[in-house]
Ligand binder design. Structure first.
Ligand SMILES: [Zn+2]
Length: 393
């Protein structure tokens, strides 16, 4: 096959990457200005030291940064490498999302596959763009939230709330199992009245919203209706926020110290508005592992960043706390947790389906987790009390 036969897909991949770079460039402005509650559109990009306006050709993603070697053209102040990483990261993330969801149809949504070898395959169908753009908003929100949290230990609500509104509106417009026809749900044999039925494991039709908030769906919100889409998004947002707030409360009750931030709750709330409640709940566990891996990586890559003051107790191997600014923020780990869980869903979902659609198992698991978390926090409390005299002011 001649190389030019692949031109359409190469063209779309380049376009998507360029879009990702431009969005990444905008996210950098968000990350740099929102923590200081500055306007996003005025004034135009400036050096934050000498306030010289950055020329438009120096503001081109990646190239501008590389040509000036990350320094201000006028005063030579070095800019954070974050500018480069957020741009490159968003470009790569957009391309990966496009390849995974549209070209390879990772989630197996019929009709979403971009059949570029076919005659009509030069332009992805309209549903593809709706799905891609919707999920790209979530990715952008996650990247911006993680970058601000890594830098400032906060997650500004304008990022998470704005993306959440997009998530809820999109959910109502693209209700589960869209873009599949609602009729796919009618094809479920009538003897399957519960979605934890062994014969139905792994057979829930996937749409832009991976799963509805409950199955079988209720009569007042049938599959494909805006009510189901809206409910799935709103319940997803509520559960995402609650699961962090409950974890925070349990841990603080047992541990007696502040843990997690409400920004983390907002991050999972945003994810829930796009993905329903099941993925964010699981993201908390995957995110905790991801945060731990990030912490180990940080210790290995930047050993000089470790607490150096003699006599200072080492940060507890617990979740991020506002009392100790050196501890790793949870936002980046949580954002990675959401993305990993989301893309592992074709594998994870069927394995957890029997628990997720069984009210009794679900309640039991939640209770066990809650008690376990409280017990773990109480066990961790002891070393904290020993350290108290050192930390006392
Ligand atoms: Zn300057």
């Amino acid at each position: 096959m001649e190389w030019w036969f692949h031109f359409p897909i190469v063209f779309w991949c380049l376009t998507i990457s360029a879009l990702g770079l431009i969005v990444g460039s905008f996210l950098n402005v968000v990350v740099a200005r929102l923590p200081y509650e500055k306007s996003l559109i005025w004034p135009s990009s400036r050096c934050f030291v000498c306030y010289t306006k950055i020329r438009s050709f120096d503001n081109v993603p990646i190239l501008g940064y590389l040509r000036l070697r990350g320094k201000c053209r006028k005063c030579g102040t070095p800019y954070s490498a974050r500018y480069l990483w957020v741009e490159v990261g968003t470009g790569v993330a957009f391309l990966a999302l496009f390849l995974a969801e549209i070209v390879f149809n990772w989630h197996g949504i019929p009709g979403i596959k971009y059949d570029y070898l076919g005659i009509n395959g030069s332009v992805p169908p309209l549903q593809c763009w709706a799905l891609f753009l919707y999920h790209a908003v979530l990715l952008s929100g996650l990247i911006a939230a993680a970058a601000v949290d890594a830098e400032h230990r906060i997650i500004p609500t304008p990022i998470t709330y704005t993306a959440m509104v997009v998530g809820v509106i999109g959910g109502a417009l693209m209700p589960w199992p869209w873009p599949q026809a609602a009729a796919v749900v009618n094809a479920i044999p009538p003897e399957i009245t519960l979605w934890n039925h062994p014969d139905y494991i792994g057979k829930i039709p996937t749409g832009v919203q991976p799963w509805p908030f409950w199955g079988p769906t209720f009569a007042f919100a049938p599959p494909g209706s805006w009510k189901l889409g809206l409910l799935t998004s709103v319940i997803g947002a509520l559960v995402g926020s609650l699961v962090i707030r409950v974890t925070k409360w349990l841990f603080e009750t047992g541990f007696g110290r502040e843990a997690l931030g409400l920004g983390d709750a907002d991050l999972l709330m945003m994810a829930g508005a796009f993905l329903g409640w099941q993925i964010p709940v699981l993201s908390l566990f995957v995110g905790a592992v991801a945060a731990l891996v990030l912490k180990v990586l940080e210790a290995v890559l930047r050993p000089d960043d470790a607490p150096a003051t003699p006599g200072t107790p080492a940060p507890l191997p617990s979740m991020a706390s506002n009392e100790n600014p050196r501890e790793l923020p949870f936002g980046p780990g949580l954002a990675i947790g959401v993305v990993v869980t989301w893309f592992a869903w074709p594998w994870l979902g069927p394995r957890l389906q029997s628990a997720f659609f069984d009210a009794f198992t679900l309640t039991f698991l939640a209770a066990v987790m809650g008690v376990g978390l409280l017990a773990a926090a109480l066990l961790l409390r002891r070393p904290a009390e020993v350290q108290q005299p050192v930390a006392a002011k």
